[in-house]
Write a protein that binds this ligand. Structure first.
Ligand SMILES: [Zn+2]
Length: 191
């Protein structure tokens, strides 16, 4: 948790915010205004975050690039400007590193994730984002504990059920299939 923000060193002049996996009570949180119950959960879970992080979560969750049922996400503004209210402009690139515990090995998997709001000059934004992803990967691999590259499937959470309570830290995972506590990484025991 402490090392994730370091992997964005040199890539931003803005604050880096770490978003932890959501507990069971927010298992249904989705940033879709047409689903008021799920949208309300999403707002309740994220209203305290900075405008940059909330914007990033909206963009990246909508395209399923991150899932806070199991991901921990270190997030910042990587390129572009914010408006006067502090929200990223549509062409601004947001993102950072997302981490989860691999279901099979228990290793922590860290990946670079970037995205942007939609408008803007697409070719330029694409190229910039590719470059940022490459820089993030370099930073991840430069971490003292990095073991190398891995190809893994992301866990698939079962919708709206929730998993086990961690005996170590007490966290109630929103992810039904968790073998490892999304928050502290301890092996979860099944009854
Ligand atoms: Zn735990």
């Amino acid at each position: 948790m402490e090392q994730l923000p370091d992997m964005l060193t040199g890539l931003t002049q803005h604050d880096i915010e770490v978003v932890e996996p959501l507990p069971m009570e927010y298992a249904g949180a989705i940033p879709q205004i047409v689903r008021p119950k799920e949208a309300m959960q999403w707002l309740n879970a994220h209203h305290y975050l900075s405008p940059i992080t909330r914007h990033a979560l909206l963009v990246l969750e909508s395209i399923d690039a991150i899932d806070l049922a199991f991901d921990t996400f270190a997030c910042t503004l990587l390129d572009g400007e914010t408006d006067t209210a502090g929200y990223p402009e549509y062409s601004a690139i947001v993102g950072g590193v997302a981490a989860h515990w691999d279901e099979a090995t228990g290793d922590m998997i860290v990946r670079g994730v970037v995205g942007w709001g939609g408008r803007g000059v697409r070719g330029d934004t694409d190229r910039l984002a590719q470059r940022l992803l490459a820089s993030i990967l370099t930073n991840i691999l430069a971490n003292q504990d990095a073991m190398g590259l891995a190809r893994v499937d992301r866990p698939v959470p079962a919708a709206g059920r929730g998993g086990l309570v961690c005996t170590s830290c007490g966290f109630a995972a929103a992810h039904e299939r968790s073998f490892y506590c999304p928050k502290c990484g301890m092996r979860l025991l099944r009854g």
